[in-house]
Design a protein. Structure first.
Length: 278
C-alpha cells in the first residue's frame, strides 16, 4: 500500500514538473548580447511626413553600411553582469532596460563588454573626453543615422520602431493617455517594462520606440542638407543624441524621426541604450 502511494506521488510530481515546463514564460534576458544583422542601405533621414519639430529637418539622403545591432535594449541584468552595479530606478525587474545610465556610463559599458568578449575597444576614455575608433570590432553606441535607419526598418521605413504607423499602448510602452492623429488612447504604465514584450520591427529589433530613450554616439547638432554616407555627426558639442522616446513620452517623441539630447553626464529614469558592432 505504501509503495502504491509512493508511486502515485512520484507520478503526480512528474506531471506537475512537466506542466510547469510548458507554462514558464520564456526568459528574454541573457548575459550575452543578442545581435541582429542590419543590411546596409539608403534612406531619407528626417521628418519625411512633415509632422515633427524643426530639428528634424532638412530631410536628407543618407547611406549606411551594414552593421549589427542589439535585438533588445541593454537590460539591468546585463549591465550588472558586465559592470557590477545597477543604477536603475525600477530595480524590481532584471529584464527591464537599464536606465539612469549616462552617455559616459554607456560607452564605459561598451568597452567593458568588448573586453569581456575579447574584442577591440572602440572608445578611448580619458575622464569626460572620449574618442572613438569606429573601425574596431568591439561594441559601441549607434550613430544617429544607423539608429534611425534601423528603427524605421530599413529603407522603406514606418513611423514607429515597431513596424507600425499607429502608436498603440498595447504594442508600445509610452504615455498612452495623450492622443495624436497617429495614436490610440490607452494605458500609461508610468514605468519601464520587460524588453521584448511586444512585436519587433521588420529588422527584428524590439522596443526601439518607447520604453527608454536610447543614447547614440553623435554630438547633437543641426542636420546637413546634403547627401551623406555613414555620417557620425559634428566633432564637438555639449549634448549627445537621444532617440526613440520612452515610457514617459507621448507618441510624438516615439516616432523614428524624433530627436532629443542630454549632456553626456546626465542620468534619467527614462534613458538607456542598446549597442551595435561591425
Amino acid at each position: 500500500m505504501q509503495l502504491g502511494k509512493l508511486s502515485l506521488y512520484i507520478a503526480l510530481v512528474l506531471v506537475l514538473v512537466s506542466c510547469s515546463k510548458w507554462e514558464l514564460p520564456e526568459k528574454v534576458d541573457l548575459t550575452s548580447i543578442e545581435m541582429v544583422n542590419i543590411p546596409g542601405g539608403t534612406f531619407e533621414m528626417g521628418d519625411t511626413r512633415n509632422e515633427g519639430n524643426p530639428v528634424e529637418k532638412p530631410v536628407h539622403t543618407v547611406t549606411v553600411s551594414g552593421f549589427k545591432m542589439g535585438k533588445y535594449e541593454i537590460t539591468q541584468n546585463q549591465y550588472r553582469t558586465v559592470i557590477g552595479t545597477n543604477p536603475s530606478s525600477f530595480t524590481n525587474c532584471n529584464d527591464c532596460p537599464v536606465e539612469q545610465a549616462s552617455w559616459l556610463d554607456a560607452v564605459a559599458f561598451c568597452n567593458a563588454l568588448s573586453d569581456r568578449e575579447g574584442k577591440q575597444k572602440v572608445y578611448t576614455i580619458n575622464g569626460t573626453t572620449v574618442t572613438a575608433n569606429l573601425s574596431a570590432n568591439g561594441y559601441r553606441l549607434p550613430t544617429e543615422a544607423e539608429w534611425e535607419y534601423a528603427a524605421g526598418g530599413g529603407s522603406n521605413r514606418t513611423r514607429f520602431g515597431n513596424g507600425k504607423d499607429i502608436a498603440n499602448p498595447t504594442e508600445m510602452n509610452f504615455n498612452g493617455l495623450i492622443k495624436q492623429s497617429y495614436s490610440v488612447v490607452g494605458e500609461d504604465r508610468a514605468k519601464t517594462i520587460k524588453v521584448g514584450s511586444f512585436s519587433p520591427n521588420a529588422l527584428g529589433l524590439y522596443d526601439i520606440s518607447g520604453n527608454v530613450w536610447e543614447w547614440c554616439g553623435d554630438w547633437y547638432d543641426a542636420y546637413s542638407s546634403g547627401a551623406q554616407t555613414n555620417p557620425t555627426g559634428t566633432a564637438t558639442g555639449s549634448f549627445r543624441v537621444l532617440r526613440g522616446g520612452s515610457w514617459r513620452d507621448d507618441p510624438t517623441g516615439c516616432r523614428v524621426a524624433s530627436r532629443n539630447s542630454n549632456a553626456p553626464s546626465d542620468r534619467n529614469g527614462n534613458v538607456g541604450f542598446r549597442v551595435v558592432s561591425l
